[in-house]
Write a protein that binds this ligand. Sequence first.
Ligand SMILES: Nc1ncnc2c1ncn2[C@@H]1O[C@H](COP(=O)(O)OP(=O)(O)OP(=O)(O)O)[C@@H](O)[C@H]1O
Length: 334
Amino acid sequence: MGRITLDKVQKSFGEVEVIPPLDLEINEGEFVVFVGPSGCGKSTLLRLIAGLEDVSGGQIRIDGEDATMTPPAKRGLAMVFQSYALYPHMSVRKNIAFPLRMAGMDQAEQERRIDKAASILNLSDYIDRRPGQLSGGQRQRVAIGRAIVREPAAFLFDEPLSNLDAALRVGMRLEITELHERLKTTMIYVTHDQVEAMTMADKIVVLRAGHIEQVGSPLELYRAPKNLFVAGFIGSPKMNQIDGAEAAKHNATTIGIRPEHIDVSKTEGMWKGRVGVSEHLGSDTFFYVHDTGVAEDITVRVNGEFELHSGDDVYLTPQADKLHRFDASGLRIA
Ligand SMILES: Nc1ncnc2c1ncn2[C@@H]1O[C@H](COP(=O)(O)OP(=O)(O)OP(=O)(O)O)[C@@H](O)[C@H]1O
């Protein structure tokens, strides 16, 4: 249950094609994350799968069955939005029960499913409260509870955590990952957040202008980005990209080196530069190094104990086995 196949799925709004024909296979039980810049079509793709938008072409199959024209409620999928979409005048219990009541499920089965969802999500203590009496994180759990009770073939999440503050996001991120481990149900998750994508996904789909740039596990994308776009998009801070003579030494048009793969010394190294701004995160520090002669600015990530000050001379040496090479069209050279 929960295998979803997109076969040349295409979407236009009027004259504007936002998703050119696209193929994607989502396997049973997989946690798939859609990432990409704003406006690249992440939400549209999710809404096409949910049936909230009609496709302009192609086919969507759920567990092998053609679901392209199936209405949303009949697809067996449950969507969780960032806005929660809870009914303010109803208790948590009634909110969670809502889809089951709509489906005409018998009372005993409703109760069984609600109690199970409330216990999985630690909502039992709040079950008689109204949404207005809950925190943001608790409201999001109610929204997820409403999805769980439907026992869907797949959960579809559209930036579910973007309304929460940083600490709560981390907590809910873990809860959703645990939920996935427990239920082993297919999950498709749209996010802007690098960390969410890297930590939650079995498989990340990187989109640009409705095209899939690369599909792979978080570490595959990190270690072997297929092109400069993915190289720049996955990883934070961004991979340094260096063109010109320095790249030519490696028989490449562009070389890439991640900030954490550059050795930093006060006395010797390959590129000499001058420290500009630094950002101290405690465990790590990011330094932005100018005047290296190879690129305008090079970002390095070092252990938080390492001390350097703005204006200091510094020597940088990229770790040779961590260099990425790209050709003139931006494609990775093996
Ligand atoms: N109902 C609509 N009518 C016309 N254009 C739309 C409609 N919905 C989305 N679009 C356009 O389709 C493109 C993709 O939008 P979508 O919301 O899927 O992007 P996204 O990647 O989810 O963006 P964000 O990360 O900013 O939420 C955008 O250019 C958007 O303006």
